[in-house]
Structure formats: structure tokens, C-alpha cells
Ligand binder design. Structure first.
Ligand code: AMP
Length: 249
């Protein structure tokens, strides 16, 4: 069995996000970038399946700038076998990413595609679902447990009422939740070994994918600064404030 894992390079989750001075977007120059956190869970799960003998090959793919090779190498240091970078300087929307991933799926023929449930930069939570629709494959989203048996996977996914258990036929698209596992740290010898693992670089222009934007960003602004809270002596004072100051009751 072969697994394709999609990993996105995003601003590191510890970094304080800054809006560009001209309000055209988010500042990414000289900002620490890392693998999108749920994508690390996707890589970890694929490697666990490989270690348990269920999976024979784990291929990692990222779509983005030349620099995205760093997160592909990180995934290979965790244990992925090889990597593919689909190079583009354009900032792609989830539909364009899903179409590009479909083109890679058609080249690679994996049995399962693992993605993160959501990229923490734009919080879209769309790519996995769109990829599943484009491929006409079943999908399991926000997966917090994954079991594989022959050509069937069993998953648990969080829904409003609790945990939903599903059985899905492969090939399938699975998006991973942070609860799925604890991603490993790559050891120094594995980081060194990852430098020698194969990494193919493809230009997005060679995939004949429509990457046109459907969404236009008009303006990006900082959220308003929150006003400090105040302590009230009792419920009577709270009601007074809500009624006459906040005017919400
Ligand atoms: P999103 O729909 O943007 O929230 O992203 C969901 C998931 O799609 C991410 O966690 C990644 O696994 C995958 N993904 C999104 N953008 C890219 C990209 N440029 N390259 C590779 N994978 C991506």
C-alpha cells in the first residue's frame, strides 16, 4: 500500500502574525516557517503504518515556493521515503491545491491521501474535501483514530454529538486531527539521512492545472484591540452595567 501525504509550509504557530503595512496580506518576510501542525500528524500516521508493515511507501508532496523543500526534508527526516515539490510562486486557493494534488495522485496512484484537517494560515478546511470530490473517492475528515485492514479503513471523527465511527473503502482521502497521534521529533542521524532521500521538483506549469483565483482579498486588518475587563461587586451591578452601559439587555 502506498500513501501520499500533503504538507503545507505555513508561518510557525509560535510566531505573532503581523499584517503588511499596506493591508494587502500577512507579512511572511523574515518570519519563521514550519510544517502545518496537523500535516505533521498526517506524516506521523503514515510512518506508523509503514513501521507496522501495512504500508510500503510514504510519499510527501508540497505545493509552494522553492523554500518548501525544507518541510519536505523534515517529513523525510521523520521517516517518509521520498518527496515531491510542485513549485509555484503563486499563493494557491484550496481548489487549485486540490486540483494540483489530483494531478499528483494520477501520477503516483496512492491507495490513500492523508492531509491535515486545516492549514493554520487561512483556516480554510477545504482542500481534503475538494480533493475527495475531484477524485470521486470517499473521505474521512477530522480523523482522530485510523485503522487499516486490507482495502478498508476504520476511522473515528469528532462531530457535535461525540465521536463518529466510519468504515471507508480505499482508495480514500483522510484529513487528520491533532488528536490522531503525537508527531515524533526527527533524530540527527535521520535528518542527515533525509538529505539523501529523493526529492523531485516539478513546475506547476507542467501539470496543466487551472490555478486561477476565485477569491479576491480586498483588505487584511488586525482584529480590534480588546478592552480590559472589569470586576463587579454583585449581580445587581452586573445587570446595571449590561443594561445601561453595554445596552445589551
Ligand atoms: P486548507 O484546506 O487550506 O485548510 O488545508 C487543508 C490541508 O490541505 C492542509 O493541512 C494540507 O495537508 C493540505 N494543503 C493545503 N495547501 C497545501 C499546499 N500548498 N501544499 C500541500 N498541501 C496543502
Amino acid at each position: 500500500m502506498k500513501i501520499l501525504v500533503a504538507v503545507k509550509r505555513v508561518i510557525d504557530y509560535n510566531v505573532q502574525i503581523r499584517v503588511k503595512a499596506d493591508n494587502s496580506g500577512i507579512e511572511t518576510d523574515n518570519v519563521k516557517m514550519s510544517m502545518n501542525p496537523p500535516d505533521e500528524n498526517a506524516v506521523e500516521e503514515a510512518i506508523k503504518l509503514k513501521t507496522s508493515g501495512v504500508v510500503s511507501e510514504v510519499v510527501v508532496v508540497s505545493i509552494g515556493l522553492e523554500k518548501s523543500q525544507d518541510i519536505i526534508r523534515s517529513a523525510m527526516a521523520m521517516g517518509a521515503d521520498r518527496g515531491i515539490l510542485v513549485k509555484t510562486d503563486q499563493m494557491l486557493e484550496p481548489l487549485a491545491v486540490a486540483k494540483t494534488l489530483k494531478a499528483i495522485v494520477e501520477k503516483e496512484n496512492p491507495d490513500m491521501v492523508l492531509l491535515g484537517k486545516q492549514a493554520i494560515d487561512y483556516d480554510c478546511n477545504q482542500t481534503g474535501q475538494m480533493l475527495s470530490a475531484l477524485l470521486d473517492w470517499p473521505q474521512g475528515c477530522f480523523v482522530s483514530r485510523l485503522g487499516v485492514k486490507d482495502q478498508t479503513i476504520t476511522i473515528s471523527r469528532e462531530i457535535d454529538e461525540g465521536l463518529e465511527e466510519l468504515e471507508i473503502q480505499l482508495p480514500a482521502v483522510v484529513t487528520c486531527d491533532l488528536r490522531l497521534n503525537e508527531p515524533r521529533f526527527a533524530s540527527l542521524p535521520n535528518i542527515m539521512k533525509a538529505k539523501k532521500k529523493p526529492l523531485d521538483i516539478i513546475s506547476i506549469d507542467n501539470l496543466s492545472v487551472d490555478t486561477n483565483s476565485r477569491v479576491k482579498y480586498i483588505k487584511v486588518e488586525e482584529p480590534p484591540v480588546r478592552k480590559g475587563g472589569a470586576m463587579v461587586a454583585d449581580a445587581k451591578e452586573l445587570i446595571q452595567k449590561l443594561k445601561y452601559e453595554a445596552k445589551v439587555i
